[in-house]
Ligand binder design. Structure first.
Ligand code: SF4
Ligand code: SF4
Length: 154
């Protein structure tokens, strides 16, 4: 009988650190600068990424030490996903939290770390760095309202 993978048998809270970290598909969507409308709560993502984000590698350049450089980088836990409505619907943490399966393109499913890029889910090569802006508010000029919610749900 085939053994079920850990993401189908464990809750997020039951996973060890290695399992937890492997759920990240490397899409980079959560590293984009977002704006929130104070009145409506609407979140608008942009194509501007955090200054630690490597646009071509599509990853954080200082992940282990990131909060020293970017104190407001959110540390995702099994307990705060509910409070992060801007997390993309494609994100494995959000999906498992909502009792959805991992998508067919997820690297854990395909065994290929590039499958998230091949499927057009990631933002690899599509962002500019906030470090290149004179004023952080200039990021709003790169607003991409559909970006977080329309990618690769299935
Ligand atoms: S949105 Fe989710 S899967 Fe994508 S990089 Fe962020 S934590 Fe990883
Ligand atoms: S510090 Fe790293 S993980 Fe956090 S938003 Fe920036 S690039 Fe992403």
């Amino acid at each position: 009988m085939a053994t079920k993978p850990f993401w189908e048998t464990k809750t997020l809270a039951q996973m060890d650190v290695t399992e937890w970290e492997s759920l990240c598909d490397g899409c980079g969507l959560c590293c984009l600068i977002r704006f929130e409308d104070e009145l409506t709560g609407t979140i608008t993502p942009t194509r501007v990424a955090c200054r630690l984000f490597d646009a071509n590698g599509c990853r954080c350049t200082s992940y282990g030490d990131r909060r020293r450089h970017v104190p407001d980088c959110i540390k995702l836990t099994p307990h705060n996903i509910d409070s992060l409505p801007w997390m993309p619907m494609s994100c494995a943490y959000r999906r498992l939290h909502e009792n959805k399966p991992l998508p067919h393109w997820h690297p854990l499913v395909t065994g290929d770390p590039d499958s998230v890029h091949a499927a057009g889910i990631s933002v690899r090569g599509q962002t500019i760095s906030e470090a290149s802006l004179d004023d952080p508010d200039d990021a709003l000029a790169f607003a991409a309202p559909d970006l977080l919610l329309d990618r690769g749900e299935g």
